[in-house]
Design a protein around this ligand. Structure first.
Ligand code: PHE
Length: 341
């Protein structure tokens, strides 16, 4: 029996020394110390020993058990420490390794121009409005004095959603004039940028989708002088001090009188060059005094209030601002192009 106990001790300690995994330790614990384990099997035979032999054997058996238990514990601790060590090594971060630089996008040139325009108008007390691109023909046309039969309502120019031409993609941002008049308290000063749609073929200066910026001011005693003064101040901020403008008579159904505003070519100073196509002037926007009937339809008394409005093409403005020759570059979103601004 003594030999058996010694053998168990030897074998158990050896086996423990060689285990590399925690679950193997459990198996060894069962094998040597478990209820059906080897040590227990030996203890069961103690009854067969003589009374003199028994205490010594009992003591030895206890020693073996204690030795195996201690070895189990220390092995478990060692394995745990090794596992932690390995985990730490695996998860170690070397903060000295150069990082991967994320590619940052940046603002589109057209939105750089728009933000400048917004800043200027907000500084003058205007509120920036967002409008829907799907619009009722009533707002895009009727309430802007372009009644049934007006050429701009033609199917060949406008994207309608229905056969009775009631719902459409707005062809101008001017319906925002009416929305503002119907919903806002007087006096009103608004700027409404956004997308508009027309059935145009794509070329260097046309696109079926483009952007306009609508501006409008309504108050008591507003005159054409306010329109010219405001727009001149805005153009000086956009294109530099001393920028020269010109107002030419024009026609829009919802303004009376109406005009178009040109800016004298900054490249040639009016002499004519490729930038202004030899004209000396560059068309920037359409504008005018809001037609009394338009005010009336929106419930504003034209005898008490008057106002001006303008609408400008944003792409053209950005093209001029950044000297971009082809409108298509604005929409293609080729990063090699966009990164230049
Ligand atoms: N909506 C007009 C256009 O698209 C521009 C405009 C706006 C003219 C406001 C006068 C007043 O051409």
């Amino acid at each position: 029996m003594k030999e058996t106990l010694e053998r168990i001790r030897r074998e158990a300690l050896e086996a423990l020394e060689q285990t590399g995994a925690a679950q193997d330790l459990d198996a060894l614990r069962v094998k040597y110390l478990g209820k059906k384990g080897e040590l227990t099997a030996v203890l069961k035979q103690m009854g067969r020993l003589s009374a003199e032999e028994r205490p010594a054997m009992g003591q030895l058996a206890n020693e073996v058990r204690a030795a195996v238990e201690t070895a189990l514990e220390s092995r478990a601790r060692k394995l745990e420490a090794a596992a932690l060590e390995a985990k730490l090594r695996l998860e170690a971060v070397d903060v000295t390794i150069p990082g991967e630089e994320p590619v940052l996008g940046h603002k589109h040139p057209m939105y750089i121009a728009l933000d400048e325009i917004k800043d200027i108008f907000v500084g003058m007390g205007f509120t920036v409005l967002d409008g829907t691109e799907v619009e009722l023909a009533e707002y895009n046309f009727d309430k802007l004095n372009a009644e049934e039969g007006h050429p701009s309502r033609d199917w060949s120019d406008t994207f309608y959603f229905d056969t009775d031409s009631r719902v459409m993609l707005r062809s101008q941002t001017s319906p925002m004039q009416v929305h503002a008049m119907e919903t806002m308290e007087l006096p009103i000063r608004i700027l409404a940028p956004g997308r508009v749609y027309r059935k145009d073929e794509v070329d260097a200066t046309h696109s079926p989708m483009f952007h306009q910026v609508e501006g409008m001011a309504i108050d008591k005693g507003i005159t054409m002088a306010d329109l010219k003064g405001t727009l001149n101040a805005v153009m000086e901020q956009l294109f530099g001090k001393g920028t020269v403008t010109r107002f030419r008579p024009h026609h829009f159904p919802f303004t009376e009188p109406s005009c178009e505003m040109d800016v004298q070519c900054h490249k040639c100073g009016g002499a004519g060059c490729p930038t202004c196509k030899g004209e000396g002037w560059i068309e920037v926007l359409g504008a005018g005094m809001i037609h009394p009937h338009v005010l009336e339809m929106a419930g504003i008394d034209p005898e008490v209030y008057s106002g001006w409005a303008f609408g400008m093409g944003l792409e053209r403005l950005a093209m001029r601002r950044f000297k971009i020759a082809d409108l298509r570059l604005i929409f293609e979103n080729d990063t090699r192009f966009l990164e230049q601004f």
